[in-house]
Design a binder for this molecule. Structure first.
Ligand code: HEC
Length: 274
């Protein structure tokens, strides 16, 4: 091979790639402009909650202490488990404002979290909706603040007679004992320390409790992100032009139902095989 052919070949192989990867995309994309979000009817603007600051620190404490070893944050679809029927795992059976809010976990639930702590085993209850449960059920039942309910649980999970045999470890190192001078602090726990002092949460415990209270994965999934078979069924009549005859609509809905059940069947087989 002569030097000339070699040189031409080299330029051609790099030149074509350069043209295809740099020049053509540049020509195509240099004039792109951002599209303003249209809030017109029917758009599904997605609001992603911020989980920053103390909540993010709390997620770190949650990970550091291995809570994920016994607690999941994943309410499985019904074909893969019985989570939906566990008391208030996937949402409240009877939410004061919204009625039955139970639903499966959706990928959207983890948006904004640095790490999706779906958990390793289900030794303890699923915590996807712990914040909602504590605020709506546990704390009012025990007549205390939600934070205090969780502090008590973290300090001594066996403080209630009904939970005497709880195997949730106590995380006492997240609390400090100080001598009581004058009036005890508002945040002090109703337990007496070993040296007779008051027990109050350290910053790690505060962060962890903020994180636990932020766990409310029962908001309605934005329709644009809801790929469950029910949602697809619902959306079909809406997409069809309103002038379309009624018969056609039902036909379409039927086919989507078939598709949905076909989809679900192999999945359940997989689950039982593994
Ligand atoms: C060895 C396994 C284990 C580990 C590790 C563990 N837990 Fe638990 N947890 C349990 C079990 C079992 C229960 C159920 C018994 C009970 O309610 O006390 C439970 C219950 C709970 C509850 C009450 C939930 C409810 O709905 O009643 C909370 C809150 C909780 N754990 C938080 C935590 C946090 C936070 C951590 C990490 C700092 C943690 N757990 C680590 C086993 C564990």
């Amino acid at each position: 091979m002569s030097f000339r052919t070699f040189f031409l070949g080299l330029s051609a192989s790099f030149g074509v790639a350069w043209l295809a990867i740099i020049i053509i995309p540049f020509i195509k994309m240099r004039s792109l402009e951002p599209i303003a979000m249209d809030e017109a009817e029917g758009t599904n603007a997605v609001y992603i909650p911020k989980r920053a600051g103390r909540i993010a620190d709390g997620a770190q404490v949650y990970a550091e202490n291995g809570c994920y070893l016994c607690h999941t944050q994943l309410v499985r679809p019904t074909y893969a488990g019985n989570d939906m029927f566990r008391p208030d795992w996937g949402g409240l059976v009877n939410d004061e404002d919204r009625g039955d809010t139970r639903r499966e976990t959706n990928a959207f639930d983890f948006a904004g979290e640095k790490f999706a702590q779906i958990g390793v085993s289900r030794m303890g209850p699923d915590l996807s909706n712990l914040g909602r449960r504590v605020e709506a059920l546990y704390a009012p039942a025990d007549e205390m603040e939600s934070e205090m309910w969780l502090y008590r649980h973290l300090y001594n999970p066996r403080w209630k007679p009904r939970h005497r045999s709880s195997s949730c470890p106590s995380f006492r190192f997240l609390f400090k004992e100080t001598e009581i001078k004058g009036i005890a602090s508002d945040e002090s726990l109703p337990f007496e320390g070993e040296d007779g002092g008051e027990i109050s949460p350290k910053p790690d415990a505060r962060a962890l409790v903020s994180y636990l209270l932020s766990l409310k994965k029962d908001q309605t999934v934005p329709a644009s992100l809801d790929f469950s078979p029910e949602a697809e069924e619902e959306s079909i009549p809406a997409k069809a032009p309103s002038a379309a005859p009624a018969e056609e609509k039902t036909e379409e809905a039927d086919t989507s139902e078939d598709a949905a059940s076909e989809e679900a069947a192999p999945a359940s087989e997989d689950a039982s095989a593994s």
